[in-house]
Write a protein that binds this ligand. Structure first.
Ligand code: SF4
Ligand code: SF4
Ligand code: FES
Length: 244
């Protein structure tokens, strides 16, 4: 995870020293703030007075809405991170990316076929990849982005879909790509085709759908709809948890 990269960098800069302090100095959109050490970037921004009305979703590393780029004092490199998953480091210069305006092909997945080099047809720019691996280094999900693009160039939809299963569409790879490839849109098309035409339908899902259509759960659903909020809360709290 990106947090690991940040921690490694922090160690290099003397994180022990930072942790010992109550606050760290960060820069948000160029303005200096002192915030409690240990906060995530997102919480630190809220602490500094910013409100995420748009551009923040799950706050748990799943939605990709909190893409961030930053630099550290005394370091020329640009780092990437998810603001909800990465802790602040003393001397961080932060900038949020609310949206990446990358090219997105328009298609109807019911009409596109998973054959030939369909990914190249919709995204011919993948042929411009220069194999620099910058996208892989930028990815907070540790996806082998360059390998996935190379698989896309070869028309290998299965490999693209499998390599990018954990893509959260944050767009950080596209921001850093010198060939201006919208990797995550290419990957999304591959996963859609994989799900629709290549993966075998899950038997248990088909069976459950049949049960739902046959009305097996209607009575139970109607009973739930009549249950009070308080009663529902009690039922929820008494549910047995399945451990990971
Ligand atoms: S592949 Fe790109 S869009 Fe997907 S998670 Fe990685 S950096 Fe974000
Ligand atoms: S950053 Fe762009 S050009 Fe470089 S490896 Fe990734 S897709 Fe290819
Ligand atoms: S807010 Fe969803 S990944 Fe950070």
């Amino acid at each position: 995870m990106e947090a690991d990269k940040a921690e490694a960098k922090a160690a290099q800069l003397g994180e022990e020293e930072v942790q010992g302090k109550e606050t760290v100095k960060i820069y948000i959109m160029g303005k200096e703030y002192r915030v409690p050490a240990g906060l995530t970037i997102m919480k630190a921004m809220e602490y500094a007075g910013y409100r995420f009305i748009r551009g923040s979703g799950c706050r748990a590393g799943f939605c990709g809405a909190c893409a961030t780029i930053y630099r550290l004092e005394g370091d020329y490199k640009l780092y990437t991170a998810l603001a909800c998953q990465t802790s602040v480091i003393d001397g961080m210069y932060l900038a949020q990316l609310p949206f990446v305006p990358a090219n997105k092909a328009i298609y109807d997945v019911n009409k596109v076929r998973a054959e030939g080099n369909v990914l190249m047809v919709y995204y011919p720019e993948i042929a411009r990849c220069v194999s620099c691996n910058t996208c892989t280094k930028a990815c907070p999900q540790e996806i082998e982005v360059m390998d996935a693009i190379q698989a896309a160039v070869k028309g290998d939809i299965v490999s693209v879909a499998e390599l990018t299963f954990e893509c959260i569409q944050c767009g950080l790879c596209a921001v850093r790509c010198p060939a201006e490839i919208p990797q995550y849109h290419v990957f999304q098309l591959a996963r859609r085709l994989y799900g629709k035409y290549i993966l075998k339908p899950a038997k248990h899902v088909e069976e459950r759908l049949k049960e739902i259509k046959s009305g097996k759960f209607n009575e139970e659903m109607e009973k739930l709809m009549r249950t009070s909020r308080e009663e529902l809360r009690k039922m929820y709290e008494s549910l047995e948890r399945v451990e990971d």
